[in-house]
Design a protein. Sequence first.
Length: 258
Amino acid sequence: MNVIAFASRKGGTGKSTLAAHLAVQATMAHRSVLLIDADPQGSLSLWHEIRGKEQPALRRATRGTQEAVKSAAREGHEWAFIDTPPNLSASVSDAIRLATLVLIPCRASVFDLTAIVETIDLCRKLNRPYSVIFNAVPSKRSDAEAAIVSDARHGLTAIKAPVWSGQITHRADYCFALGAGAGAREFGPDATAANEISRLWSVIERSVKAINEPANPRTLGKQASPRSAVVHQSSGPQAAGGEHGRKRLPTPAVDERT
């Protein structure tokens, strides 16, 4: 089973929002998903209540996620999405430790960028693959991202943090969909918001596939570079979870190129 943890020390970055929209996207692609709401605020649970549908399934786990993840595996779910609280509590550490891949939503603001450094450090310490996802950012102009997004991307690149090459733009459709208990794909199948979520889900699937691929015996001890799966393995410390010789993992600076 694949576990995606949505984590950021700062509130309001879009962890619950992305978890809900991606869970619907995965469910509509015939993937079995369990949403695990580990945030006491319960935003994801509220959305699920408004939704009034069994799928994707949801379970509250504000006192720890390990048992919820084990239950998801026993029940045959292919994916578990963990929505974490905006802090660095034991609950967040557990979710990251259990994750196949950690997604760190981030707005292009100095507050968000400063806060996620601590989440990045935790992912490195726990040796877990992760990627920063720019969320709720200004729209592109003539296919060029806004200057504030470009500057933020360069700042994260400077600390060797993997960042998705795309973006989730600030769009009303995301909010309206959640208010209707829906995902972007359900709310407006042909809308740009649905296309953005679809692209993100596609690279998540390819990244997780690359992470899960068994090591080739001929390349043991060497650093793999699975570009065919659009996962870039960086030589920076995030690839190993630190700078002290720990096992290297394919870390998704997720690229939309095929």
